[in-house]
Design a protein around this ligand. Structure first.
Ligand SMILES: [Zn+2]
Length: 127
């Protein structure tokens, strides 16, 4: 099971359309079973279309890794069957802006208020 998960998901630093770098998760099942490649756009787990930039390659000297995308982080934990309490603990390590909640809603194809309730339910389960 775990081997399957790790073969399917890859962390990849990539930039969105505005050029903002983040470490996102590539779900190969949603990207023609292909691993991320520099210069090739992919749809991240958070539903954002991102492209690995040549300057962000892991081998580039002095690269400072961008922060992890929190929506990708949560959705990867969920895909790995973390329980609600564990997800709640993870959720609380991030600050959730309206934009983050909107992105979570888009990724899960639910409304923003449903996404907000989901975050609250996970957080409550962690208590
Ligand atoms: Zn992401």
């Amino acid at each position: 099971m775990e081997r399957y998960v790790w073969a399917r998901f890859f962390w990849q630093q990539a930039r969105d359309k505005r050029g903002v770098p983040r470490r996102h998760v590539c779900d190969t099942a949603r990207n023609n079973n292909r691993r991320p490649e520099t210069g090739t756009a992919f749809t991240a787990l958070c539903s954002t279309t991102v492209t690995p930039h040549p300057d962000d390659d892991d081998t580039v000297k002095g690269t400072c890794f961008a922060p992890a995308c929190q929506v990708c982080t949560i959705l990867l934990a969920r895909a790995m069957n973390w329980n609600d309490g564990e997800l709640g603990q993870l959720v609380q390590t991030f600050h959730w802006t309206h934009a983050d909640i909107a992105l979570l809603a888009t990724a899960l194809d639910i409304t923003r208020s449903e996404a907000r309730r989901l975050l609250t339910a996970w957080t409550d389960a962690a208590k």
